[in-house]
Design a protein around this ligand. Structure first.
Ligand SMILES: [Zn+2]
Length: 136
């Protein structure tokens, strides 16, 4: 189900907890909401639809995929950039890495490990940063 985008900074500043299989509907809702906003949004974290769980969805071209409880295990190629967020106005400076490796669970809660670079890596880093409650 497509959900409303949360823009309340007090809510967005709360930390996110690890997700469990009880959160499967949240994953569906997050994918539906990303698809509904794909003209202006390339990724979302669950807190952007009001759920403080460690779930993100990422758009890679025409495909969208979910990562549950993702943890960045390696990062390389530090750079500075600016990003904006559907939940916030304007853009903010941030530090990103060109290449990352991530441990995560897929939508079926199977363990996965992925290597990402470029724009996809940047999206994943932005969305994971939402878990810490930082406004980014
Ligand atoms: Zn964001």
């Amino acid at each position: 189900m497509v959900k409303e985008i949360i823009r309340d900074p007090l809510f967005l500043q709360q930390k996110s907890e690890p997700a469990t299989e009880a959160d499967k509907q949240v994953i569906e809702d997050l994918l539906d909401t990303l698809k509904a906003n794909q003209d202006r949004c390339v990724g979302m974290a669950a807190n952007m639809i009001g759920v403080n769980k460690q779930i993100i969805v990422v758009a890679a071209g025409p495909f969208q995929f979910a990562m549950i409880n993702p943890v960045i295990t390696k990062k390389n190629g530090k750079y500075e950039t600016e990003e904006s967020c559907l939940s916030l106005d304007g853009s903010r400076p941030c530090i990103r890495y060109k290449e990352i490796e991530v441990d995560y669970l897929d939508q079926n809660f199977h363990k996965q490990h992925g290597k990402y670079s470029g724009f996809t890596a940047q999206i994943i880093q932005h969305e994971i940063q939402h878990f810490s409650g930082e406004l980014i």
